[in-house]
Design a binder for this molecule. Sequence first.
Ligand SMILES: Cc1cc2nc3c(=O)[nH]c(=O)nc-3n(C[C@H](O)[C@H](O)[C@H](O)COP(=O)(O)OP(=O)(O)OC[C@H]3O[C@@H](n4cnc5c(N)ncnc54)[C@H](O)[C@@H]3O)c2cc1C
Length: 602
Amino acid sequence: MAKYMDMDTLRFLLFECHEVQKLLEAPRYADFDQDALNILLDSFKDFADKELYPYFREMDEQAAYYKDGKVIVHPQLEVVLKKMAELGLIGANYDHEDGGMQIPESIFYSLSHIMDSANNNVTGYPSLTTGSGRLIVTFGSQELKDTYVPKMIAGEWGGTMCLTEPQAGSSLSDITSSAIPTEDGYYKISGQKIFISGGDHEYCSNFVHLFLARIDGAPAGTRGISLFVVPKFRPTADGGLEDNDVFTAADFPKLGQKGYVTTHLVFGEKENCRGWLVGEPNRGLKYMFQMMNEARISVGVGALSIATAAYYASLQYAKERPQGRRLSDTGTKNVEADQTLIINHPDVRRMLLLQKAVIEGSLSLAVESAKYSDLVHVTEGEEHDEHLLMLEILTPICKTYPSEMGRVSISNGLQVLGGYGFTSDFVLQQYYRDIRITSLYEGTTGIQSLDLLGRKVTMKNGAALKLLAAKMQESIMAAMAYKELKPYAMDLGEKLKLAQKVIGHLLQFAAQGKFERFTADATVFMDFFSNITIAWQWLKMATSASKALSDNTGTQKAEFYQAKIHTMKFYYKYELPKTLSAAYTLVAEDELTIQKEEEILF
Ligand SMILES: Cc1cc2nc3c(=O)[nH]c(=O)nc-3n(C[C@H](O)[C@H](O)[C@H](O)COP(=O)(O)OP(=O)(O)OC[C@H]3O[C@@H](n4cnc5c(N)ncnc54)[C@H](O)[C@@H]3O)c2cc1C
């Protein structure tokens, strides 16, 4: 079987670089030790090898489709949902009392990484069910929990998040779906939701939609949005199911992730759709943010995993494809010599190293972010608040960097294959198409960038930013202990100062109330700041690798650690300097993108 991800790198990140095993000292995770986590990871990899990866191309070629009110998907989905439920994986990160295994999020996201690398067309089905079930568990009544969650984690009922409407995508304040209270405790629901992932198929007997709507008379904007459970079929007192007037109007054919359905759902066309309020009225968006934040990290993990599988596919090709001859030291081509493999050409190595730098840097950031999510669970007071701040500031980066740079990385992977990369005979084109969605759903790159600059950088008087800068300084100090890493540690220190200058410059506009000017280049800022964040992750990885080499504590061979240090150097030579041009743009005085009286776009 072709390699699609690297368990050694995953283990290195989890247990050497980010030391997630330290979490296991908390009573919450007392059921696990490092061996148990390793066994779980290995058994899931085995499952992915057998049940996921072999179906990846087929799910693209036999895309999901809509016919006569039904959505037809690849039959392997049935097998996957059943086996995942049997293994307890759909609710694995839920608390014991909610039917879960209480595994750390960092391990849960690691399982997602394996799954997404093996077959990203499948992951969304169980993971949306996990997320929507957890919303019910966290904010719903006991009755809602008892009615829906056991069937969801058993893989029998699918869960969705129903936010988007034709006129309300990025801006949810404009949603118009409505909920009218009744005396019987339920609400009469009506509205249309588009682009609903995993919204219907034949391998779940019911769908539980976590649905945003306005209760009659609610305030305008986001403060008037409530969250409801709206099932496709209503559970009845005798254990049966009855129709709840939720109609699947279409499945959107797409550029990529063709095996993963994207439905158009119509609620209450016959005025017989019932929904049950989750938590309190008008707090729906706040609740939904729990799922959206989890889903944002999941999308980042999805993107980096698709790019990981693409890297291994292009690496394999580069090791097998002979083409041209190596340039000798004197620069002459010896046509008498045998052809060389393309992996020996520096430009091909540059493309492969770029991919490795992007995917492993992203995975390291994902593990670090997931670890903060675990720490939030097991700490209190000031410590808890600090972990939450770190999680909040890293989440938009964790989602956006792999989505944007993962696409660039796959494009380089496709380039490694030359003309063959563009053909359907090779898989690279599928990865290239599949990753494209990740910078769109769960908040576009533009929206994530506004979140990072407009909200996270400024929140609590810059507290999250200061904390992150302090963590970066700690890593710089740790790296300084190794002579080989010193220049890179100093480079990161310089870039951190540059970031402080750029942010200081932009904050002036916020202070003057010029918010459009403040955030006009938010996406350039995301580019700039996420580049520095990934450089930080690479310095951490290189420090762990240097430690393992110097004190012989590592579990991998020396070449493994040397490759990490080498890739860090590549990142600092080829990627980090791009922050200089981004900084130039960010502090330039011209306001070229702000709409002025005269239109220049024609
Ligand atoms: C395959 C797929 C699956 C999806 N799954 C789900 C799902 O399961 N549940 C769900 O509820 N939704 C889902 N979505 C919807 C998705 O989250 C939205 O498409 C996305 O949020 C963007 O909304 P939109 O398409 O209306 O684009 P728009 O909001 O119209 O955005 C268009 C462009 O304008 C930019 N833009 C918009 N507002 C601003 C602003 N204020 N400042 C700067 N730029 C701005 C955007 O960045 C974007 O580039 C899915 C979408 C797709 C394509």
